[in-house]
Design a protein around this ligand. Structure first.
Ligand code: SF4
Length: 257
């Protein structure tokens, strides 16, 4: 993984839903074959570090509407392995805390940094930490009978009084077991689910199929159906099964909960 320090003039990007996303870093080392950001040019294989972001954020947040959520993380994990060196997310969160801005943080919990920042997180007036659970090392750990860092971090943060949600995006049929995940997570923790949405024309579809053929050949037919034929009946079954379960939700995030 190549690390590159950069100066940015952009404090945040807007999502299609007009949500403002702050990314102290660009890039991720987790290597998920279904990662949406693989479509973005110049994204894979390097992490860019926005060394001047805190300074820009300070100016921008002075007049930020007090009840409008900011999002931290999307094209990066804000608590990645570089955070231990640069502390960029920590600096941004301190500015956010100072101006009482509500924030939703998305993390893969790749390191223990999120736990080390518990006191800072608790100082933010309105905060939700969203932990992504569909990551290859996590998936493999659960399938080998272990409990991975994502579930552990979610439960510890919740016990420390921090509001936690999780995502299982995508749900991987035959591979991820939502019942097991719900059982391992504290009862207050919501799981947002999404289907595996890619096709043979895009890099996500190609990588995911390659991964399935090599690691889970027994599910090749099922994934061929999803990725080549866009047959999402597996997800409709899951939606039906959990329709009455208040802990299982679909995107977009419901910030008023
Ligand atoms: S952890 Fe998230 S951002 Fe990183 S590769 Fe996986 S899906 Fe992409």
């Amino acid at each position: 993984m190549i690390v590159k320090e950069i100066k940015t003039d952009t404090v945040y990007e807007l999502s299609p839903h007009n949500h403002a996303y702050i990314n102290p870093y660009i890039g991720c080392s987790m290597g998920c074959p279904f990662c949406y950001w693989l479509k973005q040019e110049d994204w894979e294989g390097k992490i860019k570090v926005k060394t001047n972001l805190e300074e820009l954020l300070e100016n921008k947040l002075k007049d930020w509407p007090k009840d409008e959520f900011l999002y931290l993380g999307s094209v990066c994990d804000p608590f990645n392995e570089l955070e231990e060196k640069y502390h960029l997310s920590e600096k941004c969160l301190k500015v956010i805390a100072k101006y009482d801005i509500p924030v939703l943080i998305t993390t893969s919990a790749a390191t223990d940094v999120v736990l080390e920042y518990s006191d800072l997180l608790k100082s933010i007036k309105k905060l939700i930490v969203v932990i992504e659970l569909s990551r290859i090392p996590f998936v493999e750990c659960l399938n080998q009978g272990g409990i991975h860092r994502g579930i552990q971090c979610a439960n510890i943060l919740q016990e420390r009084g921090i509001k936690v949600w999780t995502t299982l995006a995508p749900v991987l049929p035959g591979i991820t077991d939502l019942d097991q995940i719900l059982k391992l997570l504290q009862e207050e923790i919501t799981v947002y689910i999404d289907k595996l949405d890619c096709n043979t024309e895009d890099i996500l579809g190609k990588r995911t199929l390659k991964w399935i053929y090599e690691e889970y050949p027994e599910f090749s037919d099922e994934y061929d159906k999803i990725i080549k034929e866009h047959d999402f009946s597996y997800f409709s079954e899951i939606e039906k099964k959990y329709a009455e379960n208040k802990r299982v939700k679909k995107f977009p995030f419901q910030l008023t909960d």
